[in-house]
Design a protein around this ligand. Structure first.
Ligand code: IDP
Ligand code: MG
Length: 238
């Protein structure tokens, strides 16, 4: 599903919202029905139904719909949070044993958090060497493969999944080049690491890798889907 389709739905929702603000409740209702149709056709009907259920406190749906203020508010909430959440990508980020031991967890997390990305999974684990070899399977022909896997399994690793628009590619930008000697100042490796063998952080390098790595490190039930209150300020269409 392209983000452009979502954006056009969001724009329609916004246009409808503006119209309903300055018009009658009847028009607001008609607009809401249209928005609900658009949303349910995109598989969002369950959320929509449960939202009304919560907001309506068990009142019949049409009774609750008669509130002129609440209807646009509900649509606005969908526009800014749920519609956008559906198009978000996820990436796997890990702070390696050197980053954990050097006390860089909060420094690294804060860079992703301040950017506007959303943390959806996190755990501290000591991976086995076998597991490290699975994680780095694409490097098994490289001379440093054994040492790299020994190192990754030598201590706690902070495994995370971050979510956001463009998070896979931009996560790599935040991290910086593999060799900290070549990482730009301002990047995590550029600011906080010196040599390639101790470059403190891992980040998925593409959509396929992200999917595989998230699946390797996390069970599906460890990924927490939620609407962040900040999202309506981080994302928007003008
Ligand atoms: P990436 O972590 O930036 O994606 P990759 O090429 O996937 O870089 O390599 C995985 C990890 O292997 C690096 O983060 C680094 O820890 C280690 N590594 C890469 N190149 C070398 C090397 O030339 N010597 C030692 N370790 C290396
Ligand atoms: Mg890599």
């Amino acid at each position: 599903m392209s983000s452009q389709i979502f954006r056009s739905v969001a724009r329609s929702a916004k246009a409808g919202l503006s119209a309903s603000r300055s018009s009658s409740v009847g028009q607001g209702r008609a607009f809401t029905a249209a928005a609900a149709t658009m949303i349910s056709s995109r598989g969002k009907s369950n959320y929509f139904a449960s939202f009304f259920d919560r907001a309506g406190s068990g009142k019949p749906l049409m009774g609750w719909l008669s509130s002129a203020m609440a209807v646009p508010a509900a649509v606005y909430m969908l526009q800014d949070q749920e519609l956008h959440a559906a198009e978000m990508e996820r990436t796997f980020i890990a702070i390696k044993p050197d980053g954990v031991q050097r006390g860089l967890i909060s420094e690294i997390i804060s860079r992703f958090e301040r950017k506007g990305f959303k943390l959806v999974a996190i755990k501290l684990v000591i991976p086995s060497k076998d597991f490290a070899e699975k994680h780095y399977h694409d490097l098994k022909e490289r001379p440093f493969f054994n040492g790299l896997c020994e190192f990754l399994s030598s201590g706690p690793v902070l495994a995370m999944v971050w979510e956001g628009e463009g998070v896979i590619k931009y996560g790599r930008k935040l991290i910086g080049a593999t060799d900290p000697q070549k990482s730009e100042p301002g990047t995590i490796r550029g600011d906080l690491a010196v040599v390639v063998g101790r470059n403190i952080i891992h980040g998925s390098d593409g959509p396929e890798t992200a999917k595989d790595e998230i699946g390797l490190w996390f069970n599906p039930n460890e990924l927490v889907s939620y609407a962040s209150n900040a999202e309506k300020w981080v994302y928007g269409v003008n």
